[in-house]
Design a protein around this ligand. Structure first.
Ligand code: ZN
Ligand code: ZN
Length: 548
């Protein structure tokens, strides 16, 4: 578990204590412990209670809480505090500019217990009567509520998929045929419901899914999202699966081209009858895929197994939880042949960016580890590199002389995110033009369901990537999936390689790669379009580096 995740739980504890009117001293202790853990150089997860108490700002009680977070993944204190609050109140904490103190005041004085209450209080002028709420603040609160309501009820594909799979498996365990369909089958990145096709009767399905409280084909997933069941006879199962999978646009284009399909048991029969190849579900969005099917140019989508290495990863050198050696070994254990270092650069203090001296020391460690791999005859190497910050003026955080030493340089924006489209685009274009930059990292900086990215002129950025032979990252973290899949076809058309990077901060983070692959499939990418599907030699030839 990373320090960041531990820090987040501690911060939540402080906020909830303040919100519930608990001991103010204790609330402050949690807040300060959260900052301390966030700034620690060593992973707090490796410390026992005794060692934790030697860290300044961490007392015995919080040390035990940290151990609980590390061992169980959660803090029971937070859960019991949440129980004591109106269910809608924690969401109010997410409104930009509102701390627990303000939220408590609104709750106590204005009876604000949900986003809707807050919206009403803002509209009625009641909010403006509280100290510290000027017209501008009220306006910002309303804008933030609007955004939060758009995010509400939605989840990442990575979170929704396992829930849908569990429901599907419950139906299968009861002897029914069941397949996930709808947006989850299309691997959409944001999901607001799960849909399953089953041959079980409505009564039998309700019985098999008793935990989901199914009535009239509708149930509720543990995450609160709706579960829609589509009942199909065995003879028409394939057709119902087909009809519930494609987007409206896809179904429209298909019907125009091939008419309404007959009832079939297997979906593949629909494609056979039309005389075209099987259109993979992720690309059934109604853009180019029906045309490609007719022309016989359907892609063979990239798979996780196609990937030969991983680029852009963090270790304890910056803000990762595991050492470089542990991260590399985890990559090797996953059958990869290279691990690309992507620790932060010197200006990013909050993430322990490396100084030039540390960068040199890290290269030395990588060389030593590589010598050992070579001596053992392992087909595996660590590639030196950096996730180097793009400074506000578009220059790189490390000088060219340092970047020239590295195998793979990822350039990313992390600070000063409030920019106009022109400013953001200009900043990125300058970085992309740097001959030492190999990959543009998370191009828009968005955090799905949490923060919109800064606006960029995607066409201009992609044109520059093509001109300067810079790859574009598909950041595989389910919060990011940045650059968005909808732009990746444009990258492919320009011949820009796409690098599917987990941006891992712990060894298990390497497995996030699968979410990037899912998004790449959605874009219709093939192995040949993906930078890290290349062999180590081919990759290094492309970046212009060599490694012994
Ligand atoms: Zn980054
Ligand atoms: Zn990163």
């Amino acid at each position: 578990m990373t320090n960041k995740l531990i820090a987040r739980q501690l911060r939540t504890a402080g906020e909830l204590l303040e919100l519930t009117g608990g001991n103010a001293f204790r609330a402050r202790a949690f807040a300060s412990a959260s900052r301390t853990v966030d700034r620690m150089d060593e992973p707090a997860a490796q410390y026992d209670v005794q060692e934790l108490t030697t860290v300044r700002g961490i007392g015995k009680g919080i040390a035990a809480d940290i151990r609980e977070i590390v061992e169980t993944g959660t803090l029971s204190l937070n859960e019991s505090l949440l129980q004591s609050l109106p269910p809608g109140l924690p969401e109010v904490l997410r409104v930009k500019g509102l701390g627990p103190k303000k939220v408590r005041a609104m709750w106590q004085e204005l009876d604000v217990a949900s986003l809707e209450d807050l919206e009403q209080a803002a509209a009625s002028g009641a909010l403006a009567s509280l100290p510290g709420f000027g017209a501008k603040t009220v306006q910002n609160v309303l804008a933030s509520i609007e955004q939060l309501k758009v995010y509400r009820g939605k989840s990442h594909y990575a979170k929704a998929l396992p829930e849908a799979e569990a429901a599907r498996d419950a139906l299968r365990a009861a002897g029914h045929r069941a397949e996930i369909t709808g947006a989850i089958r299309r691997q959409c990145i944001i999901i607001d419901r799960a849909e399953i096709v089953t041959d079980a009767s409505p009564e039998a399905a309700a019985a098999a899914l008793s935990a989901y409280r199914v009535t009239d084909g509708m149930g509720t997933l543990p995450n609160g999202q709706p579960l829609h069941l589509h009942t199909a006879s065995p003879e028409a199962f394939g057709t119902v699966l087909w009809r519930t999978t494609g987007s409206e646009a896809h179904l429209g284009l298909w019907r125009e081209a091939f008419g309404e399909p007959d009832d079939v048991a297997e979906e593949s029969e629909i494609f056979e009858a039309a005389g075209v190849g099987f259109i993979p579900p992720p690309i059934r969005e109604g853009t180019w895929e029906v045309q490609a099917a007719r022309g016989g140019t359907l892609p063979t989508l990239v798979t996780l197994e196609d990937l030969r290495g991983t680029l852009h990863n963090h270790s304890t050198w910056s803000d990762g939880a595991d050492t470089l050696h542990e991260m590399a070994e985890a990559a090797r254990a996953r059958g990869l042949t290279y691990y690309g270092i992507g620790d932060h650069s010197r200006s990013l203090h909050i993430a322990h960016g490396l100084s030039l001296e540390e960068l040199a020391a890290q290269q030395k460690e990588a060389a030593e580890l590589n010598e050992a791999y070579a001596a053992r005859g392992e087909d595996f190497r660590i590639l030196t590199g950096s996730e180097c910050d793009i400074l506000q003026d578009g220059t790189m955080d490390f000088p060219d002389s340092a970047l020239a030493e590295l195998d793979v340089v990822v350039a990313s924006v992390h600070i000063n995110l409030s920019m106009t489209e022109a400013e953001a685009t200009e900043r990125i274009l300058r970085a992309v033009a740097n001959p030492h930059v190999d990959i543009l990292g998370h191009a828009t900086g968005r955090l799905l369901l949490r923060r919109e990215g800064y606006p960029i002129n995607v066409d201009a950025v992609l044109d520059a990537c093509a001109e300067h032979h810079t790859a574009i990252e598909l950041n595989a973290n389910p919060w990011r999936l940045d650059l968005d899949w909808q732009h990746l076809r444009a990258a492919r058309e320009r011949g820009i390689p796409v690098s599917i990077n987990p941006d891992a901060h712990v060894t298990d983070g390497l497995d996030d790669t699968r979410w990037g692959v899912a998004a790449a499939q959605k874009a219709g990418l093939e192995a040949a379009d993906v930078l890290n599907a290349r062999s180590r030699e081919a990759l290094l030839e492309w970046t212009g580096a060599t490694v012994s």
